[in-house]
Design a protein around this ligand. Structure first.
Ligand SMILES: [Zn+2]
Length: 435
């Protein structure tokens, strides 16, 4: 007999266009997979039953761009701009951290994510240019219970890098041996940031040969390689996540939309650190399905509620008051909605990571990665509109239960892994760096 878990009498925001939002519904999980959603579908003899009354259930959030090791530097760069971040976080701190520190940061970031209902992360691991770090980060991810794409990358930034962003073949091949299964809970990707056409060709060819997805930073409008340059080089295809895109014009966004590549926006960090205007409104206009990322916990928060709110605020403000906004007598602009923000934080992220047939919606047949939110407390009740409640009112403290592949990582508002030891180790790294 399979192990069956049922969540009963609840509100399901399935994020599946065919299923929609279901009120007073049940959700059934068998051996880690969602097998049924709808009214009265819970079996009477399920081994485990969660009463979903007063709760809202959403798919686990998908964070498509997070540098996980930086959790060990949490808040250190709260007021940093991008050049200050390069110098202090990547340069100064990045050169001092041991492999163990990278493991502590990655584990802490994973715990932070799971606590807030993020069940899948693309870890843009820009740390792999020193021995032992790759292994430490991968071990932390495997132990964490989080679903993850570990995107191997290097930390040095700028065109003065001797290899102009070409990835170390030996390092990449070691990782391919460490993570051979392309469908595993922790799987491999590559961060293909490059500053010359030669380095771009090299990185993308490596990804193609190993059959892994890629992620890359692309601000646009600052002299670097743009989507159309990469298209003209013949290197890029649909299994790519472009990060930020703050300076990409409509034509470049159209190149992304045509290619099937994804755009991951990090609204909090982009506005705080000076990347530019988060391009959510422009991406939606271009026909993209934008995703969200937390990016760097050295500056911003590690949850998706902040990203959804910040993204929505910036998109609506830009459409109403930014360049090209309609005048007083013109028809109002199309405004991003709370539902689009929730899509960006769930199903769009799953699509971006090539995982839409596994996660991202509460669809029978998909993995049971889901979040049960308390919706009966001050701050979120009364619920008039469950999507609005999740996007505008919910917070980490409302995350009651989190499942990854049906396995609880948080229950009754408490993480199942005791963070005490991890926090003590992170504190010791902080003390060492601040000496
Ligand atoms: Zn990044």
């Amino acid at each position: 007999m399979p192990h069956r878990l049922a969540i009963t009498n609840t509100t399901l925001l399935t994020m599946d266009e065919r299923l929609g939002d279901l009120v007073g519904a049940d959700l059934v999980v068998e051996d880690g997979v969602i097998t049924a959603v709808g009214a009265g579908v819970a079996p009477a003899d399920a081994e485990e039953v969660l009463d979903g009354t007063g709760r809202i259930v959403v798919p686990g959030f998908v964070d498509s761009h997070r540098h996980m090791w930086l959790a060990v530097l949490r808040g250190r760069g709260a007021d940093q701009t991008l050049p200050e971040y390069f110098a202090d976080v990547l340069g100064h701190c990045g050169s001092l951290l041991t492999p163990e520190d990278v493991g502590v940061g990655t584990a802490l970031s994973a715990l932070t994510a799971l606590d807030a209902g993020i069940t899948t992360v693309q870890d843009v691991a820009n740390i792999n240019d020193r021995p032992g770090r790759t292994e430490a980060a991968v071990a932390a991810l495997r132990e964490s219970g989080l679903r993850a794409v570990f995107a191997f990358g290097h930390s040095a930034m700028g065109e003065d890098r001797p290899d102009h962003g070409g990835l170390s073949e030996a390092g990449v091949r070691r990782l391919a041996e460490l993570l051979p299964d392309r469908g595993a809970r922790v799987r491999m990707g590559l961060c293909v940031d490059a500053f010359t056409p030669e380095a771009a060709r090299w990185n993308w060819a490596l990804a193609g040969e190993l059959d892994v997805p890629v992620v890359l930073h692309c601000l646009g409008g600052r002299g670097g390689l743009e989507p159309s340059d990469l298209r003209d080089l013949g290197v890029f295809g649909p299994r790519a996540v472009f990060v930020h895109g703050t300076g990409l014009d409509a034509a470049e966004l159209a190149v992304l939309a045509e290619s099937g590549a994804a755009l991951s926006v990090a609204p909090v960090v982009e506005m705080l650190m000076g990347h530019g205007t988060p391009p959510l409104a422009a991406a939606l206009e271009a026909g993209l399905r934008p995703t969200l990322g937390t990016d760097v916990e050295s500056t911003g928060p590690g949850d998706m509620f902040s990203q959804m709110r910040s993204g929505l605020q910036s998109a609506r403000h830009t459409a109403l008051h930014g360049p090209g906004a309609p005048g007083r007598d013109e028809p109002p602009p199309r405004l991003m909605t709370s539902r689009q923000a929730l899509e960006a934080a769930t199903i769009n992220g799953a699509r971006a990571l090539g995982m839409a047939d596994e996660i991202g919606s509460l669809t029978p047949g998909k993995q049971a990665d889901l979040v049960v939110l308390r919706a009966d407390r001050p701050g979120i009740a009364p619920v008039h509109d469950p999507v609005g409640a999740v996007v505008q009112s919910a917070d980490r403290g409302d995350v009651e239960t989190v499942l990854v592949a049906g396995r609880a990582v948080k229950r009754d508002g408490r993480l199942l892994r005791d963070p005490t030891d991890l926090l003590a180790r992170a504190g010791r790294v902080r003390d060492r760096l601040s000496r």
